[in-house]
Design a protein around this ligand. Sequence first.
Ligand code: NAD
Ligand code: TDX
Length: 331
Amino acid sequence: MKLLITGGAGFIGSNFVHLTLATRPDVHITVVDKLTYAGNKTNLADVMDRIRFVEGDVSNPTVIDSLIADCDIVVHFAAESHNDNSLRDPWPFVQSNLIGTYQVLEAVRRHGKRLHHISTDEVFGDLELDTTDKFTNDTPYNPSSPYSATKAGSDYLVRAWVRSFGIQATISNCANNYGPYQHIEKFIPRQITNILSGLKPKLYGTGAAIREWTHVDDHNRAIWTILDKGKIGETYLIGTNDERSGKKTLELILELMGKPKDDYDLVADRPGHDMRYSIDSTKIRQELGWKPEFPDFRAGLFATIGWYREHEDWWKPLKAEVEATYAEKGQ
Ligand code: NAD
Ligand code: TDX
């Protein structure tokens, strides 16, 4: 089987490459990645001799057409992925997430290939803090940020191409991932690398916003479950039911790193901040038999802290610039 992985040099995509090479010896992998600030070839350094790597932009039809012509299945991770960046400059999000997905869809249509589109629970907007409501397949889309609006738009494009043109596609929406190779602009690695750098962790607002955490390997195993058993045209929500406030998550990081639990700064909140995500993943669990294999967040977080401790050479060169960008916004 020939797999084309878009965005395979990023956080989730590179973990997907590693998982696939470890578990699917019959799969030939091509990665196409634009190598934006978030894409890092080092993430694939130890497997470069086992894959084909193409530096290219999915929104460029010339690049993407021949790659899709030459594969059996496309797994589409490539996107601009950080909400805070989308508030500063939405254009790259429109370009990569909407136009990029459009070009992938058109090539998939021309060449009759199977597509799996990776999306997020942020397409649904957010839930009230003091409820037990969950996002389901029937929840209307209501995105808050330019990032989530472009992801919602890309999901709609995929659905329209399935219905109008009969392409063979599935979609998955997962909540917050954590694990190795996550860019240090994101919450968990930012706080870990702040502590390792002698800086105080930074919590937005009062730290009340709730996120549902999924280990990146569980997300990627769910994607393989959908590729193996998913029904064309369907959308699968992926989640662990592990909901925690930013404050509780940060206190756990501080505890696991041997610091006092109040050793952090409260900083300016994110404009339009989504307050709570929670996913009903009954469909993928019951229909396809997926369940998380990494259900213990504390253990997963401890292992992730260990990864950042051991990979200072990977994140240290980025740290000053990431923190300077946050500092400009009082974060
Ligand atoms: P990331 O920012 O770490 O990686 C994105 C990768 O895509 C990078 O390697 C980047 O260079 C590449 N890329 C961006 N624009 C491109 C383009 N135009 N052409 C080719 N490559 C391009 O992001 P991530 O966290 O790994 O997220 C991957 C996907 O999963 C995204 O679609 C995101 O919306 C989705 N997702 C992420 C999470 C999460 O918690 N991180 C949760 C649910 C869904
Ligand atoms: O320094 C910080 N302090 C802080 O309190 C940062 C960077 C974030 N936060 C808060 C904001 C959120 O409530 O932590 C929470 C998580 O923030 P992010 O890591 O930026 O993730 P989020 O905005 O929730 O989006 C993530 O999950 C869904 C991914 O970045 C998206 O790509 C995915 O779609």
